[in-house]
Design a protein around this ligand. Structure first.
Ligand SMILES: Cc1ncc(COP(=O)(O)O)c(C=O)c1O
Length: 341
């Protein structure tokens, strides 16, 4: 799983050399903020998906906890790109993390206490395995998400993931792929590591960002792609029973991508297989990485300015293709609900 190199405190170094002391503050108090990002192998070379938005969220998470990162957003973006080049990767799951280091065991760190920054790139496939094709079997967890005035859910902080561990562990013990949590008010919140979407009578429904969820970047992407497909979407509070009458359900996240749900609490969702709207959104989303969906919002950030695939290719692309490559456009049509059926 690990790669040859990672980035740690300003330089690329061998994986094994990036160690920390046992008195590291984050180890004791969960004082880390992190990101999960993906690099996809596209026809034009390796590309990050929405790198700058992930880095921006990393900085926003750090601000909540007054953790001074010590690098600019541009420097972190450059480090992320450099790491993929150093490991010569075509695709990857990337994990930047900022954490309070070894500098005393007080809960409130002393002024000027060390902050460390690391970025790891891993070779990681589908997070929920074959569920991405067949659909996941999920349950509603007996554990709720933390209330908004306890742990801020918009901050992607290490400590928040104790809640996710309880939810996911209970689900796995019960033989499910994943757990869905209710919020402090008993309404639907999100999965252990994913946001949640329902489809009812052709309309997409998703809990609002005030429902104790991480404001997911994949969630945001799906909302935009749904608009492109002409779908209606409502962000609104949803009770648990909405899961049992939904025509389709899917979960979104950088790791989970767009994973259909085929049953909840052993009740079959729809026909027990990914439905047409889920499939259409999957196709639009994955099409961004194989060139079938135009990257009209500039979401892809290429690792190399010169495309490796083009360099090794003897065929000179025609002018239209070159222009499309430069502007991140494809000449093929994007999928619509009609074309997907
Ligand atoms: C708790 C939780 N909710 C939602 C998400 C989805 O967020 P994103 O799409 O930004 O990866 C994640 C994944 O990081 C998560 O851990």
């Amino acid at each position: 799983m690990n790669t040859a190199f990672l980035w740690h405190n300003g330089r690329i170094k061998p994986w094994a050399e990036a160690t920390v002391h046992v008195s590291t503050h984050a180890l004791h108090y969960g004082s880390s903020v992190f990101e999960g990002e993906r690099v996809y192998a596209t026809p034009k070379g390796a590309a990050y998906f929405r790198l700058s938005e992930h880095t921006q969220r990393l900085f926003e998470s750090a601000r909540v906890y007054d953790i001074a990162i010590g690098y600019s957003e541009d420097e972190i973006n450059a480090a992320c790109l450099e790491l993929i080049r150093a490991n010569d990767m075509r695709s990857a799951y990337v994990r930047p993390i900022v954490f309070r280091g070894a500098g005393g065991l007080g809960v409130l760190p002393k002024h000027g206490a060390p902050v460390e920054v690391a970025i790891m790139a891993l070779d990681w496939g589908a997070y929920l395995g074959e569920a991405i094709e067949k659909g996941a079997d999920v349950c509603v967890s007996s554990w709720h998400r933390p209330a908004p005035n306890t742990l801020p859910s918009w901050a992607k902080a290490g400590g928040n993931y104790l809640s996710s561990q309880l939810i996911a562990a209970e689900a796995r013990r019960g033989g499910y792929d994943e757990g869905i949590a209710l919020g402090h008010n008993g309404l639907l919140s999100e999965g252990a590591g994913e946001n949640l979407f329902l489809v009812k009578k052709g309309k997409l429904l998703t809990p609002p960002t005030s429902a104790g969820i991480l404001a997911g970047i994949t969630r945001d992407s799906v909302i935009a792609l749904a608009a492109d497909l002409g779908l209606t979407l409502e962000e609104r509070d949803l009770p648990r029973e909405a899961l049992y009458s939904a025509d389709e359900i899917f979960m979104t996240g950088t790791a989970a991508e767009i994973t259909p749900v085929r049953s909840v609490d052993r009740k079959t969702v729809g026909k027990g297989e990914p439905g047409p709207i889920t499939r259409a959104l999957q196709q639009a989303f994955f099409g961004l990485f194989d060139g079938r969906t135009a990257d009209r919002r500039g979401w892809l950030e290429y690792v190399d300015k010169v495309d490796r695939a083009d360099v090794s290719c003897a065929v000179v692309p025609d002018r239209e293709d070159q222009e499309a490559a430069i502007h991140g456009r494809t000449t093929q049509q994007e999928p619509t609900l009609e074309t997907i059926g």
